[in-house]
Design a protein around this ligand. Structure first.
Ligand SMILES: Cc1cc2nc3c(=O)[nH]c(=O)nc-3n(C[C@H](O)[C@H](O)[C@H](O)COP(=O)(O)OP(=O)(O)OC[C@H]3O[C@@H](n4cnc5c(N)ncnc54)[C@H](O)[C@@H]3O)c2cc1C
Length: 384
């Protein structure tokens, strides 16, 4: 029997963030942790997307996300810490390939307005939402043309200087190494029949999973939460949306020094970045299928993403030599779409953390930190 204080089911942004918050906790810093990362037979984790935007604005009007002043700096702090750690380790020959390029790009995000009405609505939001100083400003059409040549600029747009983008595939490769150096065990396995496998042992506080035993279990399985039979599907109330990603290899490098969000989003792909301004590969993403039969990328999705690319970078269609598709599923809980902690089994030491919708990178680290604070308080109360 291998015994752990914490088992975390899922190695997406939620699972990683829980492990990170536990390592940063005064009370749990020395706790033993095992992350069950999933594996063969499961769809790709939504978090392992080639590119994700770190964007505090949401929706058609670029509304400021709730608690943005807390969640954005905390996610950035986590990304910077792991990235700085990786670069500090480039002398280690075994990890050199992995760490040779950054994964976190603090470039800012441009949000062009698609129509005059949209421009007015976004400007109104900029004035009335509690945007922290210097995070965002309005750029006129000519200012966009000067600073971001080639990007759609007809109605001006919102410049979010605090935003950026992350190559999540690379981030998760590095984060796994970081966890292992931090003493966290990462196991590639799938909970076949969900947490039916998990039952209280002779000690009520223990949950067992094969040869692994945990004092507390935190389930962060993303879309996989819906098939873990601990909960009835209705109990979680999750709504799934399929999203697709398209990476384009270009015949000629283009100037693109930031991420862009309009109808979907677009950013330079890390393998195609030639200098701080020029890119040979770009990635476009959008989540739009509320009903789907298959989790595979498809032609319809590819067509839609090409349209988004063309709307953001007019004329890009004639510059494409190769495309690569990717798809996954994200979940949120209507109607308020807030991330949530499932506590139905918390008295048995089992929690769920999910429902990050289209903002997992932005929201999950803080949600995980809050959950860990709650667990700390519980332990303090038990001790006193
Ligand atoms: C195409 C697309 C683009 C997106 N773009 C952005 C973006 O730009 N910015 C942003 O902030 N968010 C974006 N999102 C949303 C973001 O990806 C999600 O909010 C976030 O990834 C959710 O993280 P998670 O950890 O909850 O779930 P996931 O990332 O899905 O991770 C779930 C984990 O659980 C594991 N798992 C599942 N079932 C089992 C099981 N039975 N046994 C063991 N393990 C299991 C999986 O293997 C995985 O490791 C995008 C989503 C998609 C689909």
């Amino acid at each position: 029997m291998k015994q752990f204080d914490f088992g975390i089911i899922g190695f997406g942004i939620a699972g990683l963030s829980v492990a990170y918050a536990l390592r940063k906790s005064e009370i749990f810093r020395g706790a033993s942790i095992c992350v069950i990362s999933g594996g063969e037979g499961l769809p790709p984790p939504a978090s392992h997307t080639p590119i994700a935007l770190l964007n505090p604005a949401t929706g058609r009007e670029a509304k400021l996300v709730r608690d943005a002043a807390e969640v954005l700096p905390y996610t950035k702090h986590m990304l910077r810490e792991i990235q700085d750690w990786a670069f500090g380790n480039t002398l280690n020959m075994n990890t050199m390939d992995l760490f040779e390029a950054p994964f976190f790009f603090e470039t800012g995000v441009l949000r062009p307005a698609a129509s005059p009405e949209m421009a007015n609505a976004i400007k109104h939001r900029l004035e009335t939402d509690p945007w922290p100083n210097d995070w965002a400003s309005w750029l006129s059409s000519s200012e966009i043309a000067d600073r971001f040549a080639g990007v759609y600029n007809a109605h001006g747009g919102l410049w979010i200087s605090e935003g950026g983008f992350v190559n999540m595939t690379r981030f998760f490769e590095v984060a796994r190494k970081w966890l292992e150096v931090e003493g966290v065990v990462v196991e590639d396995r799938v909970l076949g029949d969900g947490v039916h496998d998990i039952h209280d042992g002779h000690n009520l506080e223990q949950k067992t999973l094969g040869e692994l035993t945990f004092r507390r279990l935190i389930l962060t399985a993303g879309h996989g939460m819906t098939s873990l039979s601990l909960w009835q599907p209705d109990e979680l109330g999750l709504h799934a949306v399929k999203g697709q990603i398209l990476t384009l290899e270009l015949s000629e490098a283009i100037n693109l020094s930031c991420a862009v969000s309009m109808h979907g989003y677009l950013a330079p792909h890390v393998d195609g970045i030639q200098s701080s301004r020029s890119a040979r590969k770009i990635t476009i993403g959008s989540t739009f299928e509320h009903q789907f039969d298959s989790i595979q990328p498809n032609e319809n999705g590819q067509r839609r993403l090409l349209e988004i690319a063309e709307s953001i970078l007019p004329g890009i269609g004639s510059n494409i030599i190769r495309t690569e598709n990717w798809a996954s599923i994200r979940v949120h809980r209507p109607p308020d779409r807030k991330p949530f902690v499932a506590r139905q089994y918390s008295e048995r030491g089992i929690w769920g953390l999910t429902g990050f919708g289209s903002k997992g990178l932005l929201l999950a680290p803080t949600a995980a930190r809050r959950l860990v604070t709650e667990l700390e308080e519980q332990d303090r109360a038990t001790l006193s």
